[in-house]
Design a protein around this ligand. Structure first.
Ligand SMILES: C[S@@+](CC[C@H](N)C(=O)[O-])C[C@H]1O[C@@H](n2cnc3c(N)ncnc32)[C@H](O)[C@@H]1O
Length: 214
């Protein structure tokens, strides 16, 4: 009798805990708690890099690769732009844009016409799934094909051995791009103040509409 009462209490507590945990997770996912990652790479991305592209009318057609709960707010930030997201993992769809693609980045060119994009943001994907050199080459080839001349590729990656299957510059396809000096940071490569040495590399697809500031 006593043990069944005890078991019932435990079950009630467990049930309540699961409900509170579920509520917290869904509030977090919906961004309603306003929780975000307070790391320096996120600060640079959200308060320096994004505002530049949001304010510039030359960047309308935007693809953001890789979605997580903390990137869900970006769909609001890019409201008014033609904002797309892409992730290989179907479960990440809920964190993506209204225009979301479930596929690997290496198949990017299947989803966009040539020269259709102004900006591709590939942040935290290299070394976080896009680890194989052939896949990375295909992904970069897709970026080159789908970006317009003067379009920008932002590659955010961790410059630490455990997240760097190889140096991104070893990808031959990157030679199709030029390094682009991002005006607000006055650099084409920017190392953030993070333990995982998160680094932003800016590239431009060269051509007549080139916006190189170097
Ligand atoms: C660490 S999260 C990065 C999320 C986000 N881009 C950011 O700014 O932090 C890595 C995401 O990339 C996705 N991903 C990994 N490999 C991919 C690939 N080949 N193509 C598309 N998405 C991929 C994973 O499913 C995961 O959601």
């Amino acid at each position: 009798m006593l043990s069944s009462l005890f078991r019932e209490k435990i079950e009630n507590i467990t049930h309540l805990g699961a409900r509170v945990g579920g509520l917290f997770a869904s509030l977090m996912a919906s961004g309603r708690l306003g929780i975000y990652l307070g790391t320096d790479d996120r600060r640079v991305l959200e308060t320096i890099i994004f505002p530049y592209f949001i304010e510039s009318s030359e960047f309308s057609h935007i693809l953001f690769v890789g979605c997580r709960w903390y990137t869900m707010r970006y769909r609001k930030a890019f409201e008014g732009k033609d904002y797309w997201t892409l992730d290989i993992d179907p479960r990440q769809r809920r964190y993506g844009a209204r225009k979301h693609i479930i596929d690997s980045m290496e198949n990017l060119a299947r989803h966009f016409k040539d020269n259709a994009l102004d900006l591709v943001v590939c942040n935290g994907v290299f070394g976080w799934g896009l680890n194989n050199k052939a896949d990375a080459e295909n992904a970069l080839q897709g970026c080159h094909q789908c970006l317009r001349e003067g379009g920008v590729l932002l590659l955010g990656w961790n410059d630490v051995p455990q997240r760097r299957p190889f140096h991104p510059r070893e990808c031959r396809t990157l030679a199709l791009f030029d390094p682009w000096v991002f005006p607000p940071l006055s650099a084409s490569e920017y190392l953030t103040d993070t333990r995982n040495r998160h680094t932003y590399d800016f590239y431009v697809k060269p051509g007549s509409a080139d916006r190189r500031s170097a």
